[in-house]
Design a protein around this ligand. Sequence first.
Ligand SMILES: [Cu+2]
Length: 109
Amino acid sequence: MGGMRRFLALAALVGAILVHSSALAQVVTISVEDGLEVTPPAVQIDAGMTVTFTNDGLLVHNVVADDGVFESPLMAPGDSWSTVLDVPGTHAFHCMLHPGLMAGTITVR
Ligand SMILES: [Cu+2]
């Protein structure tokens, strides 16, 4: 009885770890910084993956897709914002506060 319960608890734990690690693999992080740059400037993802933008600078930034596929709120330093992208194509994006300076692309396969 006790052994079976332990086995089930262990199986649940292993399952939770597997689900967690596969979820992590579906996330791409893009760093937005005050050097008015985006790192990396171009990423490729599979449809349905999550893109997380982090503001690693000291100024407020945001990210807006030129084609309107996504638009983040303003991000204070240290903030991050995530979106799931499932529209295939290359989506250029920029920072509303620093147009022409901060830009990148996300290609969704
Ligand atoms: Cu900016």
